[in-house]
Ligand binder design. Sequence first.
Ligand SMILES: Nc1ncnc2c1ncn2[C@@H]1O[C@H](COP(=O)(O)OP(=O)(O)O)[C@@H](O)[C@H]1O
Ligand SMILES: [Mg+2]
Length: 256
Amino acid sequence: MVRRILVANEKGGVGKTTTAVNLAHGLALLMKKKVLLVDLDNQAGATISLGFTPGDGTYDLLVKERRLGEVIIAARDNLDLVPSGQRLSLALAFLESLERDVKHGGVAVARGRLKAALQNDDKQYDFVIVDSGPGLNILSLNGLTYGDEVLIPVSLDFLSEVGTEPFVRAIATMRSYDAPVRLRYVVPTLYHTGHQNDERILERLKQNYGALVTVPIRRITDIVAAPENGQTIFEYKRSSKGAKDYEMLTRRVSNG
Ligand SMILES: Nc1ncnc2c1ncn2[C@@H]1O[C@H](COP(=O)(O)OP(=O)(O)O)[C@@H](O)[C@H]1O
Ligand SMILES: [Mg+2]
């Protein structure tokens, strides 16, 4: 059965895109799973990181009701991509207008648009990974309505730690509206090994989120360089610490 994982955090710059891309490729390359990566950010970080030009894929799914098969790119072996681009910011206004259109279902229809677009055609995959943009808006709510599991990257600094809490509450609120979504993984990112501050925050994350906390992803320059080359960390430097950390995360997620 397909597992639908939303990579999200209201805060920007915490490693969402990096994690979505490397986890998606890790599952495809290392675990031989069939994976779909959906770029739900108009900045198109996931699309660009895999070496593609931004496009209208996600916009076309959400607004034009195109079918999945019409908008995917075969990005790697076992890995398909729904690309995104600037036009996705227009989807925001469109979805907000749907929200106001109470005669035609209002909020429920507006928030369920991504789910309606994907929920049948995605059954051919083992995993769908959605890279959410920052913010808590109708696009990320579409992600929360579609996803069954949420993976939250948290960079190991105080503001990121604090900034994560509202998003965790939003997940709980969605559940109370009967969406099946639940928080499954809290992934510490941008980890400076041995730095007192990072260790302290990591400890607090473990106290707050217990077994949901995964292996931390270390702060490593190879991880920054890989997307510049349109490569995942597994392609850019398979022997790097970054590839090791993302391999550990891949195995953890693959095991459930
Ligand atoms: N483990 C890491 N080590 C070093 N730099 C990282 C790491 N993870 C992410 N980055 C860098 O941090 C910045 C933000 O990461 P990104 O994945 O784009 O975050 P988000 O999608 O949450 O905005 C990017 O420049 C990225 O290359
Ligand atoms: Mg991003």
